[in-house]
Design a protein around this ligand. Structure first.
Ligand code: NAD
Ligand code: TYD
Length: 355
């Protein structure tokens, strides 16, 4: 039975990954380590919390002692590091925590995995560390071209700079110690359980509440949207088939301007909501409000995913039309989940950020 140490498994992508893996395999063990910051939510994992192949440890990845204890008590085969501060706008206001968690936390994980996986001069066969990174480390594109694995790193926000730094640390372990690792760099994910500070769930939530839909700048910035379950599948495949030391870009081939996304959400909600739903009265493009642009706002991200397709056979299966319908339906069916997290701290964040 292979044992996975998943960090940040109570967040958006981490929890989707855990659900995907435990639904797919019944012969793996998952240990989820999460500090439960504002973005971590154990509600996401209710479906599997009693699964005997799953365990949760509340810990900060910067806490050497707690991380070491997990390695001491378990024979960890794979580490998948999702844990991070992940929101660009928060990084612009408060960069320090991004450096701590995203860079120092990565060093702690690498160092302890290296210690427990070492076998003489090399490493025990079959062990692997996977760093979940982002296409934002490549910076911003003009009207054409794509990010390739060999595109030079040129991060602009404190968030992307911290992720690029973490990637460089992982690379240094690969180059110096021949440490068994992969780095994956994915584009913007969307799907169930995403915290409503990010564009898609924020717009869904604001539509449902009849609030303004804040669009930064001219609304023409482009992101390459990837359905989160496709991402989970890609990570599983990289763990199993990725060549050690390699970087793999994971993208949806699905570029959209932000304003298009906002209009698609408005239209889809109006299609899905019941004829008599009172919210239909106010969900329209009249809610759109152009607001001050984000500082240093990257213009366009777009990934060339041909390496992962050619080497590993992964491709994005979910088209945006289908993925966004599934996502919106999920939020409609889980309004309680949304209400529980849009109280308290979220309201302070929202008013500080947008009002
Ligand atoms: P998220 O913010 O939803 O979740 C992050 C999780 O990490 C939370 O559960 C949080 O409690 C936990 N965490 C934060 N600091 C921690 C610490 N010090 N110790 C232990 N746990 C800690 O993020 P996400 O959107 O799920 O992103 C997961 C990973 O994927 C991140 O590394 C992010 O950089 C990367 N990524 C995300 C996207 C995206 O579109 N969401 C795109 C590219 C890459
Ligand atoms: P976001 O979901 O924060 O992801 P990232 O910054 O990592 O790409 O933002 C996606 C895009 O949407 C980005 O171009 C910024 C824009 N955006 C808005 O226009 N309004 C908003 O309220 C938010 C949160 C984002």
């Amino acid at each position: 039975m292979r044992t996975y140490l998943i960090t940040g498994g109570a967040g958006f992508i981490g929890s989707n990954f855990i659900l995907y893996m435990l639904n797919k395999y019944n012969d793996i063990k998952i240990i989820n380590v999460d500090a439960l910051t504002y973005a971590g939510n154990l509600e996401n994992l209710k479906e599997i919390e009693k699964n005997s192949n799953y365990g949760f440890v509340k810990a900060d990845i910067c806490d050497n002692e707690k991380i070491e204890e997990i390695f001491k008590n378990n024979d960890i085969d794979y580490v998948i590091n999702f844990a991070a501060e992940s929101h660009v706008d928060r990084s612009i206001k408060n960069p320090e925590i991004f450096a701590k968690t995203n860079i120092l936390g990565t060093v702690v994980l690498l160092d302890i995995a290296k210690k427990y996986w070492q076998d003489g001069e090399g490493f025990i066969e079959g062990k692997k560390y996977l760093q979940v990174s982002t296409d934002e480390v490549y910076g911003s594109l003009g009207d054409d071209g794509f990010f390739h694995e060999y595109t030079p790193l040129d991060p602009h926000s404190p968030y992307s700079a911290s992720k690029a730094s973490a990637d460089m640390i992982v690379k240094s372990y690969i180059d110096t110690y021949k440490f068994p690792a992969n780095i994956t760099r994915c584009s913007n994910n969307y799907g169930p359980y995403q915290f409503p500070e990010k564009l898609i769930p924020l717009v869904i939530n604001n539509c449902l509440e009849g609030r303004d839909l804040p669009v930064y700048g001219d609304g023409k910035n482009i992101r390459d949207w990837l359905y989160v379950e496709d991402h989970a599948k890609a990570i599983d495949m990289v763990i199993n088939k990725g060549r050690l030391g390699q970087i793999y870009n994971i993208g949806g081939h699905n570029e959209k301007q932000n304003i298009e996304i906002v209009n698609i959400i408005i239209d889809t909600l109006n299609q899905i909501l019941d004829e008599n739903d009172v919210r239909k009265k106010y969900i329209s493009d009249k809610l759109i409000k152009y607001v001050k642009d984000r500082k240093g706002h990257d213009r366009r991200y777009a990934i060339d995913p041909s390496k992962i397709k050619d080497e590993i056979g992964w491709y994005p299966e979910t088209c945006f039309e289908e993925g966004i319908k599934r996502t919106i339906k999920w939020y409609l069916e889980n309004e309680e989940w949304l209400k529980n997290i849009t109280n308290g701290e979220y309201l302070n964040y929202y008013s500080e950020m947008y009002e």
